[in-house]
Design a protein around this ligand. Structure first.
Ligand code: SF4
Ligand code: SF4
Length: 204
């Protein structure tokens, strides 16, 4: 079994309730964010000869750890602190973490987050305690637009044919094979296309 996230990009309005719910639930310190929401925007003018019209786009991507099939964070960890559990979630054992930050550098999603106060890496565990108690992860419950979901990844993929994870500003999914299913926004740009830019980079 492999668990993962579902994200309906067509519904997300960038409110960041998911980000705040995650911070609150896990009591994360300032600067540590297991879930972040990127605003991606681009476009320009279309030349009609005598006139020009604007053709611009903006969409949001709520991102956390994707509990990847090929978790490079696990591969680079020199102390085996980062492991993949039987349910497919990727977990960091802070009693084994020496704070070398290799996983942070390796992960193309910026998912592992360093806690400077403890000297250990921290990350999303898909709210393991909530799930054990029959609850949804905090981000999923908090989204007022019902844009987030979670579950068995093969089931999510079957429920949303045509969905994927090769969307800017996310990297090419062939690198880590993320357990992430995104229903794309109508203006979603392909990973690596460079057709837009992240407007809130300072927040991420
Ligand atoms: S998103 Fe990053 S931290 Fe999460 S499993 Fe994939 S490589 Fe590891
Ligand atoms: S709570 Fe929902 S609508 Fe708001 S930013 Fe997160 S995913 Fe988007």
């Amino acid at each position: 079994m492999a668990l993962g996230f579902f994200f309906d990009q067509t519904r997300c309005n960038g409110c960041k309730a998911c980000q705040i719910a995650c911070k609150d639930k896990h009591d994360l310190p300032v600067g540590v964010m297991w879930r972040r929401v990127a605003e991606y925007s681009g476009g320009g003018w279309v030349d009609h000869g005598a006139t020009f019209t604007p053709r611009v786009f903006t969409y949001y991507t709520s991102m956390a750890c994707n509990h990847c099939e090929n978790p490079v964070c696990v591969q680079v960890c020199p102390t085996t602190a980062m492991t993949k559990r039987d349910d497919g979630t990727v977990f960091v054992d802070d009693s084994k973490c020496v704070g070398c930050r290799y996983c942070e550098w390796a992960c193309p999603y910026g998912a592992p987050q360093f806690d400077a106060a403890t000297g250990h890496m921290t990350k999303c565990d898909l709210c393991a305690d909530y799930r054990e108690g029959g609850q949804d992860p905090a981000c999923v419950s908090a989204c007022p637009a019902r844009a987030l979901g979670w579950g068995e990844i093969e089931k999510l993929r079957a429920e949303h044919p045509g969905a994927g994870a090769a969307i800017e500003p996310l990297p090419d999914p062939s690198v880590t094979r993320p357990n992430l299913v995104i229903l794309p926004h109508r203006d979603a740009q392909a990973s690596g296309s460079g057709t837009g830019d992240v407007l809130n980079r300072g927040e991420l």
